[in-house]
Design a protein around this ligand. Structure first.
Ligand code: SF4
Length: 172
């Protein structure tokens, strides 16, 4: 997996100060994409053990609330396979930090049959606290929305939704 960018003091993509990883590669091709170069899986730099170590050190800082995964598309199957071991490390080595993920895939696609769902999807979804789901739809763009670009996207409380087997909105 390649990644397009890392932001170490991101306050726009989740609650609190966040360490944000923008992975490369996305097959949604939304018109008006906010990060079009990152649609290319070869864009950016290789995501290595050193990258993981850097992110874990950032997450260890007391003022950092947690990790945010964005793209590109973190839930393209090839990206999921690279992210799962890393997010497992985050859960083990950074207790108390939250994990947010932004995906162009919907909750239904990630938890059911779809081109995004692969052998690691259930495990990766189960490590996320808040999922912002769905493609960016330019016709529904609304800059007043918190943590979302368009009104079709949802903020989902992942642990509650898995427990209840229904979409439970995140209420902050
Ligand atoms: S899902 Fe995100 S990165 Fe992918 S094309 Fe749509 S806006 Fe761009």
């Amino acid at each position: 997996m390649n990644y397009a960018n890392i932001k170490t003091c991101d306050i726009a993509n989740g609650v609190g100060v966040r360490t944000s990883l923008f992975v490369s590669g996305c097959t949604h091709h939304c018109p008006g994409c906010f990060n079009a170069p990152a649609q290319d899986f070869r864009y950016g730099k290789p995501f290595t053990r050193e990258t993981e170590d850097f992110l874990l050190a950032e997450l260890g800082k007391t003022y950092v609330a947690g990790l945010t995964l964005l793209g590109g598309e973190p839930f393209e199957p090839e990206n999921q396979r690279a992210l799962l071991p890393f997010v497992r490390r985050v859960r083990t080595e950074c207790p108390g930090k939250t994990v947010w993920a932004f995906s162009g895939y919907t909750w239904e696609e990630l938890t059911g049959e779809s081109r995004a769902h692969c052998e690691v999807t259930d495990a990766l979804v189960s490590l996320v606290d808040v999922l912002v789901d769905g493609e960016f739809v330019e016709a529904q763009k609304d800059i007043s929305l918190r943590f979302r670009g368009s009104a079709n996207q949802r903020l989902i409380d992942v642990p509650a939704s898995l427990r209840e087997r229904a979409i439970i909105p995140w209420n902050g």
